[in-house]
Design a protein around this ligand. Structure first.
Ligand code: AMP
Length: 286
């Protein structure tokens, strides 16, 4: 595996590969890698000749400095994991190289309301930061294919919207959520959970699954949302939102919810001091 820390070094390597018409797949990550991240890398390896994974804890998408400060960082282990699955290139840039002084890397995109609710409402500026860093990475790497996790459902829609609005020539592939045995979605933040909270954290996935059963039985989405918020309000757990939305527009479902082809439930829950998110399609396929 090749390791690059500088933009110009990565670009010279990729330019040489492109002369040979090699297709490039790209996976942006913030590190502290787990099997979920590696499933994106493996998917890219099976669909491209060169797979580039980046590790960069992007300061512009954190709306709280305390969250940025305690975000887990394990670069040595991450590189071992990437090499083990056969990743071709690891890219670990510095903040100064991603956002060089004097470069205009700011980006304002019209997300058509996709950023109005859920993570967008709870974390002001978060998606502007995500769009900014993904655009900068895409300019640098210029991959054929970009791999994003379904775990961050709203994020992958935002990135697709950015690519549409800016008319960029990249395909986004959304990869299903990898879960622990008890159903908890894998996340770099899971290592911050204390033992007791970790044991109870499967409640997010259990509630999402129960919501699916309730929707199939004909319960109204609004009633399911109210039920789910209550079900997840447990000692040590504080749900922030549980929203059943149209899977394309992320808008609340209309009264005739049966008209929505793709219905997704998304949730964010404070578990101890750790904020976890998860989602599940309740009807239809992505
Ligand atoms: P992060 O390092 O959290 O920014 O995640 C990097 C990429 O990995 C994003 O596209 C995430 O959606 C994706 N990802 C994170 N956790 C999972 C998971 N459990 N399953 C699949 N993809 C994931």
């Amino acid at each position: 595996m090749q390791l690059f820390k500088r933009v110009d070094q990565l670009q010279s390597f990729l330019n040489a590969e492109r002369v040979n018409n090699r297709s490039v797949g790209f996976i942006p990550t913030m590190g502290a890698l787990h099997a979920g991240h590696l499933s994106l890398v493996k998917r890219s390896l099976s669909e491209n000749q060169i797979t580039v994974a980046s590790i960069f804890v992007n300061p512009t998408q954190f709306n709280e400095t305390s969250d940025l400060d305690r975000y887990p960082r394990t670069p040595g282990k991450d590189l071992q994991k990437l090499a083990k699955v056969g990743c071709n290139v690891a890219f670990l840039p510095e903040v100064e190289d991603m956002y060089p002084p004097g470069h205009n890397t700011e980006l304002k995109i019209d997300f058509s309301g996709l950023d109005a609710r859920m993570e967008g409402a709870q974390r002001p500026g978060h998606f502007d930061g995500v769009a900014q860093v993904v655009k900068r990475f895409l300019d640098i790497v210029q991959p054929e294919n970009l791999y994003m996790g379904q775990k961050d459902y709203q994020q992958q829609l935002i990135v697709k919207q950015m690519i549409r609005v800016l008319d960029l020539p990249y395909q986004v592939i959304t990869v299903p959520t990898a879960r622990e045995e008890d159903g908890l979605a894998m996340s770099s933040r899971n290592v911050l959970l204390d033992i007791e909270t970790r044991q109870k954290a499967a409640i997010l996935y259990q509630t999402l699954q129960a919501a699916k059963t309730r929707l199939i039985k004909g319960e109204f989405p609004k009633d399911i949302e109210t039920w789910a918020m209550k079900a997840m309000t447990q000692p040590g757990f504080r749900p922030e939102y549980f929203s059943i939305v149209d899977g394309y527009s992320l808008q609340p479902l209309p009264d005739q919810e049966e008209l929505a082809e793709l219905v997704v439930a998304c949730t964010a829950v404070w578990a101890g001091g750790v904020r976890l998110i998860d989602n599940l399609p309740l009807r239809g396929n992505m």
